[in-house]
Design a protein around this ligand. Structure first.
Ligand code: HEC
Length: 107
């Protein structure tokens, strides 16, 4: 019985895509993680935290960088020609992350 339970737990962990609310990890997350972190906590000075930011705001910011109406060459280069679907997935991912209180107290 115990073995079955452990096996079942293992299966649940191995299938995060089945979780209802949490979006699955975007394929393109690697393009962003060096600066914004996988969980949306900034990794370099000058990069903003994205965790927990509003979905509509993130979506708009990404489109504005892509079309140049928000003119930041760094972010434009990072986004490159990503599709709306890719940007949407990234926005969903970052808005679903929780802010880490520890990071908030850093200068
Ligand atoms: C080389 C570092 C770097 C990479 C890589 C990078 N970013 Fe950024 N990102 C920045 C910086 C710096 C800013 C602040 C730009 C500004 O002043 O508007 C920013 C701004 C943003 C913002 C706007 C945040 C706000 O509060 O307005 C979003 C959203 C964002 N990045 C998402 C992404 C996503 C998604 C990716 C991957 C496709 C990515 N970034 C890749 C450095 C980076």
């Amino acid at each position: 019985m115990r073995t079955v339970l452990i096996a079942a737990l293992g299966l649940t962990c191995a299938m995060p895509a089945l979780a209802v609310d949490a979006p699955s990890k975007p394929v393109r997350l690697g393009l962003c993680a060096a600066c914004h972190g996988e969980t949306g906590m900034a990794q370099i000075p000058g990069a903003p935290n994205l965790a927990g930011q509003r979905l509509d705001y993130l979506r708009k910011a990404l489109r504005d960088y892509r079309d140049g109406s928000r003119d930041v060459p760094l972010m434009r280069a990072a986004i490159g020609p990503l599709s709306d679907a890719d940007l949407d997935q990234l926005a969903r991912w970052y808005s679903a992350q929780s802010l880490s209180p520890q990071a908030l107290t850093q200068p």
